[in-house]
Design a protein around this ligand. Structure first.
Ligand code: PRP
Length: 188
């Protein structure tokens, strides 16, 4: 049964390709794990909502490692006066990150402002280290220099992507693959 019209988007990364990349990232995290952890569990943070699908798949592949998981919810909007991006926390962490090596898991990094905000937040909260992992590193609209330790796919084109957690107006998150939405779907 089709949930969405197949003519609304073009598949960029199949379910199989995504799984391959998640597996490769999980393998690299495991390799680096012992150097980073100081014997303490690493704290993995899922940035709601988009990273949910990636996060669940990734953490299940780390089942032989001692990790803690938590979630954070953010809301961002443009300030009407100076157009600055304002990011606020709408769901706080449950675990105090102080002293933990933290790995933040994102579905997509676009301008980089969200992970810049999270880095500052976690460093100020006393995290021992902060690293970032994203499934999609979308570079054309990057506004700030960011260091991302684990990347699934690099996107050089400024396409609007949906699926596997990513949405357009709340839709398409449950597609099992990642697709580029056709511009006619969002350009009026
Ligand atoms: C997306 C994504 C990142 C952020 C990245 O979240 O999950 O958190 O945008 O963009 P940036 O690099 O330009 O800051 P979104 O605000 O779409 O919310 P969602 O995860 O609930 O879909």
């Amino acid at each position: 049964m089709k949930i969405y019209g197949q003519d609304e988007f073009t598949v960029l990364f199949s379910r199989m390709k995504i799984l391959e990349q998640v597996e490769a990232i999980a393998k690299r995290i495991k390799t680096n794990f012992s150097n980073q952890s100081d014997g303490r569990p690493i704290l993995l943070i899922c940035v709601l909502n988009g990273a949910m699908y990636f996060f669940v798949e990734l953490t299940k592949m780390l089942s032989d490692k001692d990790i803690l998981i938590d979630t954070i919810g953010l809301s961002s909007y443009r300030n009407g006066v100076d157009s600055a991006q304002i990011i606020t926390i709408v769901k706080k962490l449950d675990i105090d990150p102080r002293g933990y090596h933290v790995l933040v898991v994102e579905d997509i990094i676009d301008t980089g402002l969200t992970i810049q905000f999270l880095r500052n937040l976690l460093v100020e909260a006393g995290a021992a280290s902060v690293q970032f992992c994203c499934l999609l590193d979308k570079r054309p609209r990057r506004m700030v220099q960011v260091d991302i330790q684990y990347v699934g796919f690099v996107m050089e084109n400024d396409e609007f992507v949906v699926g596997y957690g990513l949405d357009y107006n709340g839709r398409y998150r449950n597609l099992p693959y990642i697709a580029a939405l056709h511009p006619r779907m969002y350009k009026k």
